[in-house]
Design a protein. Sequence first.
Lengths: 186, 186
Amino acid sequence: MAFTARSQETRATILAAARRRFAADGYERATVRAIAADAGIDPSMVIRYYGSKEGLFAAAVDVDLRLPDPAGLPADRVGEVFARHFLGLWEDGESGEVLRVLLRTAVTNEGAAERMRTIFATQVARALGPSVEDGPTRAALVASQMLGVALCRYVLALPPLVALDVETLVADLAPTVQRYIGAPLA
Amino acid sequence: MAFTARSQETRATILAAARRRFAADGYERATVRAIAADAGIDPSMVIRYYGSKEGLFAAAVDVDLRLPDPAGLPADRVGEVFARHFLGLWEDGESGEVLRVLLRTAVTNEGAAERMRTIFATQVARALGPSVEDGPTRAALVASQMLGVALCRYVLALPPLVALDVETLVADLAPTVQRYIGAPLA
DNA sequence: CTGTGATGCCAACGGGCGTTGGCCATCACT
DNA sequence: AGTGATGGCCAACGCCCGTTGGCATCACAG
Protein backbone atom coordinates (compact mmCIF):
# COMPACT_ATOMS: atom_id res chain seq x y z
CA MET A 1 0.00 0.00 0.00
CA ALA A 2 2.95 2.33 0.44
CA PHE A 3 4.32 4.37 -2.38
CA THR A 4 7.84 4.38 -3.71
CA ALA A 5 9.34 6.67 -6.30
CA ARG A 6 9.04 3.90 -8.86
CA SER A 7 5.36 3.32 -8.28
CA GLN A 8 4.58 7.02 -8.35
CA GLU A 9 6.17 7.19 -11.76
CA THR A 10 3.98 4.49 -13.29
CA ARG A 11 0.95 5.91 -11.53
CA ALA A 12 1.64 9.15 -13.36
CA THR A 13 2.20 7.30 -16.64
CA ILE A 14 -1.14 5.57 -16.26
CA LEU A 15 -2.88 8.83 -15.44
CA ALA A 16 -1.44 10.57 -18.49
CA ALA A 17 -2.48 7.71 -20.76
CA ALA A 18 -5.93 7.69 -19.19
CA ARG A 19 -6.40 11.40 -19.78
CA ARG A 20 -5.40 11.00 -23.40
CA ARG A 21 -7.73 8.06 -23.98
CA PHE A 22 -10.64 9.53 -22.08
CA ALA A 23 -10.22 12.80 -23.95
CA ALA A 24 -10.03 11.10 -27.33
CA ASP A 25 -12.72 8.44 -26.92
CA GLY A 26 -14.96 9.39 -24.02
CA TYR A 27 -15.52 7.31 -20.92
CA GLU A 28 -17.38 4.35 -22.39
CA ARG A 29 -15.13 3.67 -25.35
CA ALA A 30 -11.89 4.25 -23.54
CA THR A 31 -11.02 0.78 -22.24
CA VAL A 32 -8.82 -0.02 -19.28
CA ARG A 33 -6.96 -2.41 -21.53
CA ALA A 34 -6.20 0.28 -24.09
CA ILE A 35 -5.09 2.74 -21.43
CA ALA A 36 -2.81 0.10 -19.94
CA ALA A 37 -1.38 -0.70 -23.38
CA ASP A 38 -0.67 2.99 -23.99
CA ALA A 39 1.07 3.17 -20.63
CA GLY A 40 3.03 0.02 -21.47
CA ILE A 41 1.84 -1.96 -18.46
CA ASP A 42 -0.67 -4.62 -17.56
CA PRO A 43 -4.40 -3.81 -17.26
CA SER A 44 -4.47 -5.33 -13.82
CA MET A 45 -2.02 -2.70 -12.60
CA VAL A 46 -4.48 0.03 -13.47
CA ILE A 47 -7.02 -1.56 -11.17
CA ARG A 48 -4.40 -2.15 -8.49
CA TYR A 49 -3.48 1.53 -8.45
CA TYR A 50 -6.84 3.16 -8.99
CA GLY A 51 -9.29 0.58 -7.71
CA SER A 52 -11.58 0.63 -10.72
CA LYS A 53 -12.18 2.34 -14.03
CA GLU A 54 -14.36 4.89 -12.28
CA GLY A 55 -11.64 5.59 -9.73
CA LEU A 56 -9.19 6.16 -12.54
CA PHE A 57 -11.60 8.53 -14.20
CA ALA A 58 -12.11 10.50 -11.03
CA ALA A 59 -8.34 10.84 -10.67
CA ALA A 60 -7.99 11.91 -14.30
CA VAL A 61 -10.52 14.71 -13.97
CA ASP A 62 -9.36 17.32 -11.56
CA VAL A 63 -9.74 20.78 -12.92
CA ASP A 64 -9.33 24.31 -11.67
CA LEU A 65 -10.48 26.98 -14.11
CA ARG A 66 -8.21 29.54 -12.38
CA LEU A 67 -10.55 32.32 -13.44
CA PRO A 68 -9.18 35.83 -13.06
CA ASP A 69 -10.67 38.21 -10.52
CA PRO A 70 -12.67 40.80 -12.44
CA ALA A 71 -12.29 43.28 -9.61
CA GLY A 72 -8.82 44.22 -10.80
CA LEU A 73 -9.87 44.78 -14.40
CA PRO A 74 -11.35 47.70 -16.35
CA ALA A 75 -15.10 47.02 -16.35
CA ASP A 76 -15.39 47.15 -20.12
CA ARG A 77 -12.59 44.61 -20.60
CA VAL A 78 -13.91 41.81 -18.43
CA GLY A 79 -15.63 40.02 -21.30
CA GLU A 80 -12.51 40.03 -23.41
CA VAL A 81 -10.32 38.80 -20.58
CA PHE A 82 -12.73 35.99 -19.71
CA ALA A 83 -13.09 34.89 -23.32
CA ARG A 84 -9.33 34.81 -23.76
CA HIS A 85 -8.86 32.94 -20.51
CA PHE A 86 -11.37 30.23 -21.42
CA LEU A 87 -9.91 29.70 -24.86
CA GLY A 88 -6.47 29.60 -23.30
CA LEU A 89 -7.56 26.78 -21.01
CA TRP A 90 -8.85 24.77 -23.94
CA GLU A 91 -5.79 25.49 -26.07
CA ASP A 92 -3.43 24.42 -23.30
CA GLY A 93 -2.27 20.84 -23.60
CA GLU A 94 -2.91 19.58 -20.10
CA SER A 95 -5.96 21.51 -18.93
CA GLY A 96 -7.42 21.29 -22.43
CA GLU A 97 -7.18 17.54 -22.23
CA VAL A 98 -8.90 17.45 -18.86
CA LEU A 99 -11.68 19.70 -20.09
CA ARG A 100 -12.18 17.54 -23.13
CA VAL A 101 -12.47 14.50 -20.89
CA LEU A 102 -15.01 16.26 -18.77
CA LEU A 103 -17.14 17.52 -21.64
CA ARG A 104 -17.06 14.25 -23.57
CA THR A 105 -18.03 12.31 -20.51
CA ALA A 106 -20.53 14.70 -18.97
CA VAL A 107 -22.70 14.29 -22.02
CA THR A 108 -23.45 10.64 -21.31
CA ASN A 109 -22.50 10.20 -17.67
CA GLU A 110 -24.54 11.68 -14.86
CA GLY A 111 -21.65 11.76 -12.40
CA ALA A 112 -19.46 13.75 -14.76
CA ALA A 113 -22.40 16.02 -15.58
CA GLU A 114 -22.83 16.77 -11.91
CA ARG A 115 -19.14 17.58 -11.64
CA MET A 116 -19.35 19.91 -14.61
CA ARG A 117 -22.40 21.60 -13.16
CA THR A 118 -20.71 22.36 -9.86
CA ILE A 119 -17.51 23.48 -11.56
CA PHE A 120 -19.24 26.02 -13.74
CA ALA A 121 -21.86 27.03 -11.25
CA THR A 122 -19.41 27.64 -8.42
CA GLN A 123 -16.23 28.72 -10.17
CA VAL A 124 -17.79 30.97 -12.79
CA ALA A 125 -20.44 32.39 -10.49
CA ARG A 126 -17.83 33.06 -7.82
CA ALA A 127 -15.55 34.78 -10.31
CA LEU A 128 -18.34 37.18 -11.25
CA GLY A 129 -18.53 38.18 -7.62
CA PRO A 130 -21.28 37.60 -5.11
CA SER A 131 -22.54 41.14 -5.35
CA VAL A 132 -23.68 40.87 -8.94
CA GLU A 133 -27.37 40.70 -9.57
CA ASP A 134 -28.55 37.51 -11.30
CA GLY A 135 -25.07 36.06 -10.80
CA PRO A 136 -25.96 32.40 -11.42
CA THR A 137 -27.98 33.21 -14.53
CA ARG A 138 -25.18 35.34 -15.94
CA ALA A 139 -22.63 32.66 -15.14
CA ALA A 140 -24.78 30.08 -16.91
CA LEU A 141 -25.12 32.26 -20.00
CA VAL A 142 -21.36 32.74 -20.10
CA ALA A 143 -20.92 29.00 -19.67
CA SER A 144 -23.37 28.34 -22.51
CA GLN A 145 -21.35 30.45 -24.92
CA MET A 146 -17.93 29.24 -23.83
CA LEU A 147 -18.91 25.58 -23.67
CA GLY A 148 -20.60 26.02 -27.02
CA VAL A 149 -17.42 27.24 -28.67
CA ALA A 150 -15.44 24.54 -26.94
CA LEU A 151 -17.88 21.94 -28.21
CA CYS A 152 -17.87 23.23 -31.77
CA ARG A 153 -14.17 23.98 -32.02
CA TYR A 154 -12.48 21.28 -29.95
CA VAL A 155 -14.91 18.38 -29.99
CA LEU A 156 -17.03 18.64 -33.13
CA ALA A 157 -14.28 20.46 -35.01
CA LEU A 158 -16.57 22.67 -37.08
CA PRO A 159 -14.17 23.83 -39.79
CA PRO A 160 -14.92 27.57 -39.77
CA LEU A 161 -14.35 27.70 -36.03
CA VAL A 162 -11.20 25.62 -36.18
CA ALA A 163 -9.87 27.92 -38.87
CA LEU A 164 -10.10 31.08 -36.76
CA ASP A 165 -7.04 31.99 -34.75
CA VAL A 166 -7.50 32.48 -31.05
CA GLU A 167 -7.32 36.26 -30.97
CA THR A 168 -9.89 36.67 -33.73
CA LEU A 169 -12.20 34.34 -31.89
CA VAL A 170 -11.63 36.26 -28.68
CA ALA A 171 -12.57 39.46 -30.45
CA ASP A 172 -15.75 37.88 -31.81
CA LEU A 173 -16.81 36.37 -28.48
CA ALA A 174 -15.79 39.16 -26.12
CA PRO A 175 -18.86 41.36 -26.70
CA THR A 176 -21.15 38.40 -26.05
CA VAL A 177 -19.46 37.55 -22.77
CA GLN A 178 -19.32 41.22 -21.84
CA ARG A 179 -23.05 41.55 -22.38
CA TYR A 180 -23.88 38.42 -20.36
CA ILE A 181 -21.76 39.70 -17.49
CA GLY A 182 -22.77 43.30 -17.43
CA ALA A 183 -25.74 44.33 -19.53
CA PRO A 184 -29.27 44.27 -18.15
CA LEU A 185 -31.00 40.94 -18.68
CA ALA A 186 -34.49 40.41 -19.97
CA MET B 1 -38.01 -8.58 -47.66
CA ALA B 2 -41.34 -7.00 -48.50
CA PHE B 3 -43.19 -4.85 -46.00
CA THR B 4 -46.65 -5.36 -44.64
CA ALA B 5 -48.68 -3.01 -42.54
CA ARG B 6 -47.84 -5.11 -39.51
CA SER B 7 -44.10 -4.92 -40.03
CA GLN B 8 -44.17 -1.19 -40.64
CA GLU B 9 -45.84 -0.80 -37.30
CA THR B 10 -43.16 -2.64 -35.36
CA ARG B 11 -40.47 -0.91 -37.38
CA ALA B 12 -41.92 2.36 -36.12
CA THR B 13 -42.14 1.03 -32.57
CA ILE B 14 -38.49 0.04 -32.68
CA LEU B 15 -37.48 3.41 -34.08
CA ALA B 16 -39.33 5.30 -31.36
CA ALA B 17 -37.76 3.16 -28.63
CA ALA B 18 -34.35 3.62 -30.24
CA ARG B 19 -34.69 7.39 -30.30
CA ARG B 20 -35.67 7.40 -26.65
CA ARG B 21 -32.78 5.18 -25.60
CA PHE B 22 -30.21 6.90 -27.77
CA ALA B 23 -31.37 10.29 -26.50
CA ALA B 24 -31.25 9.20 -22.88
CA ASP B 25 -28.05 7.15 -22.86
CA GLY B 26 -26.01 8.02 -25.93
CA TYR B 27 -24.93 5.61 -28.62
CA GLU B 28 -22.53 3.43 -26.67
CA ARG B 29 -24.64 2.82 -23.59
CA ALA B 30 -27.90 2.33 -25.42
CA THR B 31 -27.96 -1.40 -26.10
CA VAL B 32 -29.85 -3.16 -28.83
CA ARG B 33 -31.22 -5.46 -26.17
CA ALA B 34 -32.61 -2.59 -24.12
CA ILE B 35 -34.17 -0.94 -27.15
CA ALA B 36 -35.79 -4.21 -28.12
CA ALA B 37 -37.08 -4.69 -24.59
CA ASP B 38 -38.59 -1.20 -24.62
CA ALA B 39 -40.24 -1.98 -27.93
CA GLY B 40 -41.45 -5.28 -26.53
CA ILE B 41 -39.83 -7.46 -29.16
CA ASP B 42 -36.79 -9.65 -29.62
CA PRO B 43 -33.33 -8.12 -30.13
CA SER B 44 -32.87 -10.16 -33.25
CA MET B 45 -35.79 -8.37 -34.86
CA VAL B 46 -33.99 -5.08 -34.51
CA ILE B 47 -31.11 -6.45 -36.52
CA ARG B 48 -33.47 -8.04 -39.02
CA TYR B 49 -35.17 -4.73 -39.69
CA TYR B 50 -32.25 -2.33 -39.50
CA GLY B 51 -29.27 -4.48 -40.35
CA SER B 52 -27.11 -3.43 -37.43
CA LYS B 53 -26.97 -1.10 -34.46
CA GLU B 54 -25.36 1.53 -36.67
CA GLY B 55 -28.09 1.17 -39.25
CA LEU B 56 -30.68 1.67 -36.55
CA PHE B 57 -28.88 4.76 -35.36
CA ALA B 58 -28.74 6.21 -38.84
CA ALA B 59 -32.48 5.66 -39.21
CA ALA B 60 -33.15 7.23 -35.81
CA VAL B 61 -31.29 10.40 -36.66
CA ASP B 62 -32.90 12.21 -39.50
CA VAL B 63 -33.27 15.87 -38.81
CA ASP B 64 -34.35 18.93 -40.70
CA LEU B 65 -33.83 22.18 -38.83
CA ARG B 66 -36.52 23.87 -40.96
CA LEU B 67 -34.80 27.21 -40.51
CA PRO B 68 -36.84 30.24 -41.55
CA ASP B 69 -35.79 32.31 -44.52
CA PRO B 70 -34.39 35.57 -43.17
CA ALA B 71 -35.21 37.33 -46.42
CA GLY B 72 -38.81 37.77 -45.37
CA LEU B 73 -37.96 39.23 -41.96
CA PRO B 74 -37.13 42.68 -40.65
CA ALA B 75 -33.32 42.77 -40.59
CA ASP B 76 -33.12 43.68 -36.91
CA ARG B 77 -35.37 40.79 -35.90
CA VAL B 78 -33.49 37.92 -37.52
CA GLY B 79 -31.49 37.11 -34.40
CA GLU B 80 -34.59 36.91 -32.27
CA VAL B 81 -36.45 34.74 -34.77
CA PHE B 82 -33.51 32.36 -35.13
CA ALA B 83 -33.01 32.07 -31.38
CA ARG B 84 -36.70 31.32 -30.86
CA HIS B 85 -36.73 28.82 -33.67
CA PHE B 86 -33.74 26.89 -32.31
CA LEU B 87 -35.14 26.75 -28.80
CA GLY B 88 -38.46 25.65 -30.23
CA LEU B 89 -36.78 22.73 -31.96
CA TRP B 90 -35.19 21.62 -28.72
CA GLU B 91 -38.36 22.10 -26.72
CA ASP B 92 -40.39 20.06 -29.18
CA GLY B 93 -40.82 16.43 -28.17
CA GLU B 94 -39.86 14.69 -31.37
CA SER B 95 -37.25 16.92 -32.96
CA GLY B 96 -35.85 17.66 -29.51
CA GLU B 97 -35.31 13.97 -28.99
CA VAL B 98 -33.56 13.60 -32.31
CA LEU B 99 -31.33 16.57 -31.59
CA ARG B 100 -30.46 15.16 -28.20
CA VAL B 101 -29.50 11.88 -29.82
CA LEU B 102 -27.34 13.69 -32.30
CA LEU B 103 -25.56 15.87 -29.75
CA ARG B 104 -25.04 13.09 -27.22
CA THR B 105 -23.61 10.83 -29.87
CA ALA B 106 -21.61 13.34 -31.88
CA VAL B 107 -19.48 13.99 -28.84
CA THR B 108 -17.99 10.50 -28.85
CA ASN B 109 -18.74 9.17 -32.32
CA GLU B 110 -16.98 10.45 -35.40
CA GLY B 111 -19.76 9.47 -37.77
CA ALA B 112 -22.37 11.39 -35.83
CA ALA B 113 -19.97 14.33 -35.49
CA GLU B 114 -19.63 14.43 -39.26
CA ARG B 115 -23.39 14.41 -39.62
CA MET B 116 -23.73 17.25 -37.16
CA ARG B 117 -21.04 19.22 -38.97
CA THR B 118 -22.79 18.97 -42.30
CA ILE B 119 -26.19 19.73 -40.80
CA PHE B 120 -25.05 22.93 -39.19
CA ALA B 121 -22.62 23.95 -41.87
CA THR B 122 -25.09 23.51 -44.71
CA GLN B 123 -28.46 24.25 -43.15
CA VAL B 124 -27.44 27.24 -41.04
CA ALA B 125 -25.07 28.66 -43.62
CA ARG B 126 -27.71 28.29 -46.31
CA ALA B 127 -30.34 29.97 -44.16
CA LEU B 128 -28.10 32.98 -43.75
CA GLY B 129 -28.06 33.29 -47.49
CA PRO B 130 -25.18 32.79 -49.91
CA SER B 131 -24.64 36.49 -50.40
CA VAL B 132 -23.56 37.15 -46.84
CA GLU B 133 -19.92 37.84 -46.27
CA ASP B 134 -18.15 35.33 -43.98
CA GLY B 135 -21.24 33.16 -44.10
CA PRO B 136 -19.67 29.93 -42.81
CA THR B 137 -17.92 31.72 -39.97
CA ARG B 138 -21.12 33.49 -38.93
CA ALA B 139 -23.06 30.24 -39.15
CA ALA B 140 -20.48 28.53 -36.96
CA LEU B 141 -20.65 31.30 -34.37
CA VAL B 142 -24.43 31.03 -34.28
CA ALA B 143 -24.10 27.26 -33.96
CA SER B 144 -21.64 27.66 -31.10
CA GLN B 145 -24.09 29.76 -29.10
CA MET B 146 -27.16 27.71 -29.88
CA LEU B 147 -25.48 24.35 -29.34
CA GLY B 148 -23.96 25.77 -26.17
CA VAL B 149 -27.36 26.62 -24.73
CA ALA B 150 -28.73 23.29 -25.86
CA LEU B 151 -25.84 21.52 -24.16
CA CYS B 152 -26.16 23.45 -20.92
CA ARG B 153 -29.96 23.47 -20.74
CA TYR B 154 -31.04 20.15 -22.22
CA VAL B 155 -28.08 17.85 -21.66
CA LEU B 156 -26.11 19.12 -18.68
CA ALA B 157 -29.21 20.70 -17.13
CA LEU B 158 -27.43 23.67 -15.58
CA PRO B 159 -30.08 24.84 -13.10
CA PRO B 160 -30.09 28.59 -13.86
CA LEU B 161 -30.60 27.87 -17.55
CA VAL B 162 -33.27 25.27 -16.91
CA ALA B 163 -35.09 27.75 -14.70
CA LEU B 164 -35.46 30.40 -17.39
CA ASP B 165 -38.59 30.29 -19.47
CA VAL B 166 -38.17 30.14 -23.21
CA GLU B 167 -39.09 33.72 -24.04
CA THR B 168 -36.71 35.15 -21.45
CA LEU B 169 -33.95 33.01 -22.84
CA VAL B 170 -34.82 34.13 -26.36
CA ALA B 171 -34.57 37.73 -25.26
CA ASP B 172 -31.17 37.11 -23.68
CA LEU B 173 -29.77 35.24 -26.67
CA ALA B 174 -31.27 37.25 -29.50
CA PRO B 175 -28.71 40.10 -29.43
CA THR B 176 -25.88 37.59 -29.55
CA VAL B 177 -27.29 35.80 -32.56
CA GLN B 178 -28.14 39.12 -34.18
CA ARG B 179 -24.55 40.28 -33.79
CA TYR B 180 -23.08 37.05 -35.17
CA ILE B 181 -25.35 37.29 -38.18
CA GLY B 182 -25.05 40.93 -38.98
CA ALA B 183 -22.41 42.92 -37.14
CA PRO B 184 -18.91 43.31 -38.56
CA LEU B 185 -16.57 40.56 -37.42
CA ALA B 186 -13.06 41.02 -36.08
C1' DC C 1 -58.15 -26.02 -47.38
C1' DT C 2 -53.46 -25.74 -48.34
C1' DG C 3 -49.03 -23.90 -48.75
C1' DT C 4 -45.82 -20.20 -48.91
C1' DG C 5 -43.63 -16.31 -47.19
C1' DA C 6 -43.23 -12.94 -43.68
C1' DT C 7 -43.12 -12.33 -38.43
C1' DG C 8 -41.33 -13.38 -34.27
C1' DC C 9 -38.82 -15.90 -30.47
C1' DC C 10 -35.18 -18.84 -28.57
C1' DA C 11 -30.73 -20.23 -27.97
C1' DA C 12 -26.29 -19.71 -28.94
C1' DC C 13 -21.95 -17.81 -30.90
C1' DG C 14 -17.68 -15.23 -30.49
C1' DG C 15 -15.64 -11.48 -28.66
C1' DG C 16 -14.52 -7.67 -25.64
C1' DC C 17 -15.08 -5.83 -21.31
C1' DG C 18 -13.74 -4.84 -16.10
C1' DT C 19 -11.87 -7.23 -12.64
C1' DT C 20 -9.43 -10.95 -9.68
C1' DG C 21 -5.94 -14.12 -7.89
C1' DG C 22 -1.72 -16.25 -8.18
C1' DC C 23 2.97 -16.38 -9.50
C1' DC C 24 7.68 -14.59 -10.52
C1' DA C 25 11.29 -10.86 -10.32
C1' DT C 26 13.38 -7.23 -8.03
C1' DC C 27 15.11 -4.48 -4.66
C1' DA C 28 15.59 -2.52 0.19
C1' DC C 29 16.97 -3.50 4.45
C1' DT C 30 18.88 -6.26 8.25
C1' DA D 1 23.32 -13.36 2.45
C1' DG D 2 18.64 -13.75 3.61
C1' DT D 3 13.96 -12.19 3.76
C1' DG D 4 10.02 -9.84 3.06
C1' DA D 5 7.47 -6.50 0.76
C1' DT D 6 6.54 -4.40 -3.55
C1' DG D 7 6.12 -4.09 -8.88
C1' DG D 8 4.67 -6.44 -12.62
C1' DC D 9 2.66 -10.02 -15.76
C1' DC D 10 -0.32 -13.94 -16.99
C1' DA D 11 -4.35 -16.39 -17.14
C1' DA D 12 -8.76 -16.66 -16.10
C1' DC D 13 -13.45 -15.44 -14.44
C1' DG D 14 -18.10 -13.82 -15.24
C1' DC D 15 -20.73 -10.68 -17.68
C1' DC D 16 -22.86 -8.35 -21.36
C1' DC D 17 -22.57 -7.07 -25.93
C1' DG D 18 -24.02 -7.34 -31.17
C1' DT D 19 -25.21 -10.64 -34.12
C1' DT D 20 -26.72 -15.24 -36.35
C1' DG D 21 -29.39 -19.51 -37.50
C1' DG D 22 -33.09 -22.33 -36.82
C1' DC D 23 -37.76 -23.20 -35.60
C1' DA D 24 -42.63 -22.04 -34.46
C1' DT D 25 -46.56 -19.24 -35.92
C1' DC D 26 -49.54 -16.43 -38.34
C1' DA D 27 -51.74 -14.19 -42.54
C1' DC D 28 -53.26 -14.63 -46.64
C1' DA D 29 -53.34 -16.07 -51.82
C1' DG D 30 -54.45 -20.13 -54.66
